[in-house]
Write a protein that binds this ligand. Sequence first.
Ligand SMILES: [Zn+2]
Length: 171
Amino acid sequence: MDIISHGLWGGIALGRSSRKSFWAAFLFGVAPDLFSFGVVFVGGLLAHGFEFFRGMGHRPDVSQIPAYVYHLYNLTHSLVVFCLVFGVVWLLRGKPLLELGAWGLHLVMDIFTHSSAFFPTPFLWPLSNARFNGLPWVDPLIFVPNVLLLALLYAGFFWKRRRRATPGSSA
Ligand SMILES: [Zn+2]
């Protein structure tokens, strides 16, 4: 899935209780891509300046992607690593950090929306190299329902919040 959708899904699924909770869930939702592809983006920008933007808009050549990005991708896109971190944070706090679940949600969505051709999700790394050959998120079959569903959920969320904020509107 694209990075913005990941943030929006995280926010609406696990950050509805307050503004702070929303942004925390949003950030945990975008973090796996931010700390893998985001590094390529910043690196490319630093190395090539604004020329870098010329190459954007089409899928990058996978052979041109530096090896460290694959390592970062394994680390940030593993359900094993996520469960470990979620568990440790739970132990340290004495209660689960729900917003952190947006990271797990990101992974579950990526498993089914990346094909073997482009960064299939290494969800069992480092225990297994198993990857699922999903339907890429750029496919209209995924992309269009995704945008529609997000728009619907957010419209419902803001409508409900407005109704609660306006006294007497529930009558
Ligand atoms: Zn991802």
